[in-house]
Design a protein around this ligand. Structure first.
Ligand code: NI
Length: 196
């Protein structure tokens, strides 16, 4: 690909990922209800947080949880979402300790525990960055029906195309709905507090 076609390809890839995201969102919120009943979102997983502690699906019990899948090399969507999640957690005040906020890597190859720890130091300390072996990540991605695909870059490097949905899980670890970050942090915080 030469330098004139590359921007077009990038735009096309971006448009495609947007379309996939919208489709997945629509599907997750039950837009196809009545045709096929979607199976439950979520399920067993075992991962490691940025401090080396094991986190499993059992950690979801007793607290509402917001989960976001992404990767530390993400140029914009992930850092923006993590910033917005951090703002919501800040707006939660002392109640921030009563929720789980997980950033789960879709790029276990590069996102080691150390890389997650370094990356998350820029965001709210409530946020836990979970990573694992490629098998462990494949399992959680499948359980949450996350779309994640490696996209090679011209320089030999790669990026990840991925679902940018925020999952809201209730105190029983059940998926409620996608969590809306496109509003005032105080509104999101009030919404989240209803699930405490
Ligand atoms: Ni991203």
């Amino acid at each position: 690909m030469d330098s004139t076609t590359r921007p077009l390809a990038v735009i096309a890839a971006f448009a495609a990922s947007l379309a996939v995201g919208l489709l997945v969102t629509f599907w997750l919120i039950g837009g196809f209800g009545g045709v096929t009943k979607p199976a439950a979102i979520g399920g067993p997983f075992q991962l490691t947080d940025q401090s080396g502690q094991t986190v499993t699906d059992k950690n979801l019990l007793g607290k509402p949880t917001i989960i976001f899948f992404g990767f530390t090399h993400c140029p914009d969507v992930c850092p923006t979402s993590l910033f917005e999640i951090s703002e919501v957690l800040r707006a939660m005040g002392p109640d921030a300790g009563k929720v789980n906020a997980y950033f789960i890597s879709v790029d276990p190859e590069r996102d080691t525990t150390a890389a997650m720890k370094d990356y998350l130091s820029s965001f709210d300390p409530t946020l836990k960055g979970l990573t694992g072996t490629p098998e462990e990540i494949a399992k959680v991605i499948s359980a949450y029906r996350v779309y994640a695909k490696k996209v090679p870059l011209k320089d030999g490097d790669y990026t990840m195309d991925h679902t940018a949905l925020i999952y809201l899980m209730d105190r029983n670890g059940k998926f409620v709905r996608p969590f809306d970050l496109k509003r005032k942090p105080e509104e999101s915080a009030a919404d989240l507090k209803r699930y405490l």
